[in-house]
Design a protein around this ligand. Structure first.
Ligand code: F6P
Length: 327
């Protein structure tokens, strides 16, 4: 086992609240263990461009509460090429970086897995995405904050929906994952929730809303995950209106505001635990693993499994609760 002297840390893919808290934990744990740290800007793009910065304890002062990522982030197509990765490796060697901590989602992990095998460089990953769609952890960084942001929006929309007796379709993020939609939908008391993982026929939705109307519901909120099979909130609203013309229907797309904001206490603590664990795993000689948390215990999962295991993350119980409590 080769001793690691300088750890490179970077964020990649969609940002998420808690990434800064994780960077802080990585830097401070590494320094505590007498390792040096280099920050890599803009994820894999910065690795290819040699966009590096040495990090000290003061480099991460006053960032635990900040959303976004001080190291910036990018989605980098050139890193998918052999030439791109060769350039990145050359830059890492020149900078003396001999171990990596990557913070991001499944795209980030896929890059890390390939790169680490190709060049035998140790990599430990931290799941940072609001989507909560990675296997091997109950929660990803930013998911809790994003869900709370969505709930705040639902609550506000409910005030005006109730005042005007309106039907609202609120679109939330989640191209492939319905975690935010389901959890925020339950917490916000949604009348219906449409998810990418489970197709809902428009006729069934209309029947459900009609049942609510017969039970004297004068306003309703439908949460639509962006990856829902019906093509997003505008399409759903249009098709419902065709058959349900008496309802005054409105659409609200929450969009990227869900990705920003100060991380919740939960995300800050999770990021601190994961950053600390990532450095310790790297120093212990482990590689190609993801740090996760299951049942409040920090754990590790092989990267390959974290990426490829598509075990259904939405529990049947939660789907049932959403349905039973909705009308
Ligand atoms: O961060 C995850 C995610 O928010 C997805 O739910 C969404 O589809 C995607 O990122 C959008 O990312 P971008 O705005 O970077 O294209």
């Amino acid at each position: 086992m080769k001793e690691i002297n300088r750890i490179g840390v970077f964020t990649s893919g969609g940002d998420s609240p808690g990434m800064n808290a994780a960077i802080r934990a990585v830097v401070r744990t590494a320094l505590y263990k007498n390792k040096q740290v280099t920050g890599i800007y803009h994820g894999y793009q910065g690795m290819m461009d040699g966009d590096f910065i040495p990090m000290e304890s003061r480099s991460v002062s006053n960032i635990i509460q900040l959303g976004g990522t001080i190291l910036k982030t990018a989605r980098c197509l050139p890193f998918r090429t052999v030439e791109g990765r060769a350039q990145a490796y050359k830059n890492l060697v020149e900078a003396g970086i001999d171990g990596l901590v990557a913070i991001g989602g499944d795209g980030t992990f896929t890059g890390a897995e390939i790169f680490s095998r190709e060049y035998d460089i140790p990599v430990v990953c931290i799941p940072g995405t609001i989507d909560n769609d990675l296997y091997g952890t109950d929660y990803t960084l930013g998911y809790d904050t994003a869900t709370n942001t969505v709930i705040e929006a639902i609550d506000k929309i409910r005030d005006t929906a109730a005042s005007h007796d309106r039907l609202f379709f609120i679109e939330v993020m989640g191209r492939d994952s319905g975690c935010i939609a389901l959890n925020a939908g339950i917490a916000g008391g949604a009348e219906a929730i449409l998810l990418p993982e489970k197709a809902t026929a428009i006729d069934d939705l209309i029947q459900h809303l009609s049942k609510g109307a017969r039970q004297q519901k004068s306003s309703s909120i439908v949460i639509v995950a962006e990856g829902d099979h019906n093509g997003g909130a505008y399409n759903v609203a249009k098709r419902v209106k065709e058959k349900f013309s008496h309802y005054d229907a409105k659409v609200s797309i929450l969009g990227h505001l869900q990705r920003g904001g100060s991380p919740s206490s939960f995300d800050r603590v999770l990021a601190s635990r994961m950053g600390y664990a990532a450095v310790n795993q790297l120093i212990a000689g482990n590689t190609r693993i993801m740090i996760g948390m299951r049942g409040n215990e920090i754990c590790t999962t092989p990267l390959e499994e974290a990426i490829n295991n598509k075990e259904y993350k939405l529990s049947e119980d939660m789907l049932e609760i959403a349905e039973v409590l909705s009308l």
